[in-house]
Write a protein that binds this ligand. Structure first.
Ligand SMILES: Cc1ncc(COP(=O)(O)O)c(C=O)c1O
Length: 398
């Protein structure tokens, strides 16, 4: 069978692939600790579950509007107005099949062949693939571990060409856990104005920041850019509702209409009863999951300290999300028996095969030499993972 050329431009999602392998090993009876998925290990709040069941019982199982349940669009517009400090109306918001579809629709609506989009690295695995699928060209701009993976705004400005249309930012960041500060965002706003760009801001982890660090958005520091600032959000991470498949996009009404037209010819909309569950979540606000933050914070500290103590591994305490992005360049070039640990991909393979710990290599996020550990797992699982990785590192010969 001949497949379309566009498939040559993308590979399966590395995070999905690693999680599937870990599940297959577990099903075969292997005691695997899986720290590869980007999924809270807490159940959605009770009020969300009750609203979803009530929606099913009430027969809310038919089609609804392509742009989402009107009540959910209204609720999301009120939430965005609160979160971003600028007024949003329902027409400036659409409900999507997860944050992932919001991104795909935006790229499809905005990009023509050859258009360039700047993607700071490390980045969430799907940005470059989705940009390529939409005919665009991702241009990665690295950040530095020793600067806390903060945006390198000067490098972004230098990477701009006459084909550059926009930038994708993500804070709190997957995989680095970095939380951007207002000063850096204000510097980015200068570049955006000077080069006449748009910005897609993926804020799906907005409620997950630690040490009292506030979530900061480009719109907080540059409300004048609201017509060029396109928001991607969702209920997956802030409320632990990954399988509900409900996301949101926030943008000028004309762009929202264009995205809804695209959705109307592809997915139509996400499940109607899921949207009722999301409505309960958004109306209750992010505060309903405040307890999670306390648990995540303790795990974040334990995992960071446990990994950083290992010879050849270094990581600083991340400010948000639920990932530790560990620098393992100190382990590369060592040997496990006859095997040379040449790169992060091979290291991740060996950790799975030999130590039964599933994590994702940094290469998948555009940053070789690092490994992403998710701490959306119990403290017991993290202790086991730290011990196993430690024992594995101890077996490596220089
Ligand atoms: C940064 C980031 N954006 C978007 C998504 C997509 O989320 P959803 O499950 O709502 O499609 C994820 C999920 O892992 C993510 O980490």
């Amino acid at each position: 069978m001949k497949l379309a050329a566009r498939l040559g431009a993308i590979a399966p999602s590395a995070t999905v692939a690693m999680t599937a392998r870990a599940k297959a090993m577990a099903a075969a009876g292997v005691d695997v600790v899986s720290l590869s998925a980007g999924e809270p290990d807490f159940a959605p709040p009770d009020l969300v579950q009750e609203a979803t069941i009530a929606a099913l019982r009430a027969g809310h199982v038919g089609y609804t509007s392509v742009g989402g349940l009107p009540a959910l669009r209204d609720a999301a517009a009120r939430w965005f107005s609160r979160l971003y400090g600028v007024p949003f109306e329902a027409a400036q918001v659409a409900v999507t099949v997860g944050g992932k579809e919001a991104l795909a629709l935006l790229f499809a609506a905005l990009l023509d062949p050859g258009d360039e989009v700047i993607v700071p690295a490390p980045y969430w695995v799907s940005y470059p693939a989705q940009i390529r699928l939409a005919g665009g060209a991702p241009v990665t701009v690295p950040t530095r571990a020793d600067r806390g993976f903060a945006l390198d705004v000067e490098a972004i400005a230098r990477a701009c060409t006459e084909r550059t249309r926009g930038v994708v930012i993500n804070s709190p960041n997957n995989p680095s856990g970095a939380v951007y500060d207002r000063e850096t965002l204000a510097e980015l706003a200068e570049v955006v104005r000077a080069k006449d760009l748009w910005v897609i801001t993926d804020d799906i982890y907005s409620a997950l920041t630690y040490d009292g660090r506030p979530f900061a958005s480009l719109l907080h520091v540059a409300p004048d850019l609201r017509d060029r600032c396109f928001i991607v959000h969702g209920v997956a991470k802030n409320w632990g509702m990954t399988g509900y498949r409900v996301g949101f996009l926030g943008a000028p009404a004309a762009l929202v209409r264009a995205c809804v037209t695209l959705a109307g010819q592809s997915t139509t909309h996400t499940a109607t009863f899921s949207q009722y569950g999301a409505l309960a979540a958004v109306e209750a606000g992010e505060g309903v999951v405040a307890d999670w933050l306390v648990a995540f914070d303790a795990r974040r500290r334990r995992l960071t300290a446990g990994l950083d103590a290992l010879d050849g591994v270094s990581c600083a305490l991340p400010g948000g999300a639920f990932y530790v992005f560990a620098d393992v360049r100190g382990l590369l070039g060592r040997r496990l028996g006859a095997d040379l640990v040449a790169d992060d991909v091979q290291l991740a393979e060996l950790l799975l095969e030999e130590a039964h710990v599933a994590i994702v290599p940094g290469s998948a996020f555009g940053m070789p030499g690092f490994l992403r550990f998710s701490y959306a797992a119990s403290m017991e699982a993290l202790e086991t993972a730290i011990a196993r990785v430690g024992a594995f590192v101890g077996r490596l010969a220089p």
